[in-house]
Ligand binder design. Structure first.
Ligand SMILES: C[S@@+](CC[C@H](N)C(=O)[O-])C[C@H]1O[C@@H](n2cnc3c(N)ncnc32)[C@H](O)[C@@H]1O
Length: 322
């Protein structure tokens, strides 16, 4: 355990903004749906009282072990009840029923992978390390790896995944190069895939827009973990579990995640669009949320300098109105 906490280094993103936006009270039930290394949660735990509850969820065993050790080591005067659950926030209903939660006052979703997940080569998330192409967030429960997708999807399915989940301009060429390459031998490692992507993208285009494999790796990770449908499901459940006045905070790191957050918030915040003078509402609008961030909250230049991973972060917040 000591080993895990020493190695698990992840700087929490938009920490003070999250604490402020959570509107924490000592008796709150706070659900951290993406516990990671408990960067946010260890600060939340210090602000809850003995009548408060902190529920931490992560599907990653390594994250949960590190977070558990960190939270246990906090010297708290009035420790809240702390419950850590291993699972996917796509199954929020089951997890919160298991925790016997009557309702929730604040949810935090800090999406994506943590720095240690990227840094442990065996997880296969990083295009910078040579590792097996895995990318499963929960290797114990998920069976389909990135290698399996790369070696079995046909060219049009590969193009769809890469294009839809990353806006990669060269998606269809990358897909073709993948299919041609695997005819000789299966593609099993991240460096094999990086070389194929580099060969598929013309040299002039390769120089722009960061590492040429970044977008394809993001697309594969989203597909392996069904990230967008899981996010929609998790947010929908969070809206149901929220107590009146409670808040949902979501930190996203790319436009596809951010779009899902905006859509779910907007759907539940939709106000009546009937023409004035109609005796009863016919459009069926029934707002339960108020969006508190018309524009997302972004990290400061100072935060980005100290933690480059925060560069693409966007925090959106909504409050339950009834
Ligand atoms: C960016 S990290 C969170 C870091 C954390 N806020 C901190 O400061 O230490 C995201 C975490 O969410 C977890 N995660 C991602 N998707 C998940 C999902 N669908 N269900 C549960 N956990 C998930 C990952 O395993 C990872 O540990």
């Amino acid at each position: 355990m000591e080993e895990v906490t020493k190695e698990y280094r992840h700087i929490p993103v938009l920490l003070s903004e999250c604490l402020e936006q959570s509107n924490l009270k000592t008796h709150y039930t706070f659900v951290d749906a993406t516990l990671g290394g408990a960067g946010h949660s260890s600060e939340v735990a210090q602000r809850l009282g003995s009548d408060g509850v902190l529920i931490g969820i992560d599907q990653d065993e390594m994250a949960l072990a590190a977070a558990g050790a960190r939270l246990r080591n906090l010297a708290l005067n009035t420790p809240p009840q702390i419950e850590l659950l291993r699972g996917n926030f796509g199954n929020l209903d089951e997890l919160l029923l298991e925790a016997e939660t009557p309702g929730v006052d604040a949810f935090l979703f800090d999406l994506g992978v943590s720095s240690p997940q990227l840094d442990f080569p065996s997880r296969g998330f990083s295009f910078k390390e040579d590792s097996p192409l895995d990318m499963r967030m929960d290797p114990g429960k998920q069976t389909v790896t990135a290698a399996e997708l790369i070696n079995t999807l046909d060219a049009s399915e590969l193009t769809r995944v890469i294009r839809d989940y990353s806006d990669e301009k060269w998606a269809s060429r990358i897909a073709q190069f993948i299919v041609e390459s695997r005819e000789h031998a299966p593609i099993e490692t991240s460096s094999q895939l990086v070389e194929i992507i580099k060969a598929a993208i013309p040299a002039s285009a390769r120089r722009a827009g960061g590492h040429p494999a970044k977008r394809t790796f993001q697309a594969l990770r989203i597909e392996v973990n069904s990230e967008l449908s899981v996010l929609r499901k998790g947010l929908e459940a969070a809206v149901r579990w929220l107590n009146p006045g409670g808040r949902i905070l979501v930190i996203s790191y790319h436009s596809l995640e951010d779009r899902v957050v905006k859509e779910v918030f907007a759907k539940h915040a939709r106000t009546c669009t009937c023409p004035p003078g109609l005796p009863v509402c016919a459009c069926g609008a029934n707002p339960v949320l108020k969006v508190r961030t018309r524009k997302p909250i972004l990290p400061s230049a100072e935060e980005i300098e100290n933690n480059p991973r925060a560069r693409s972060a966007k925090l959106r917040v909504a409050e339950k109105i009834r």
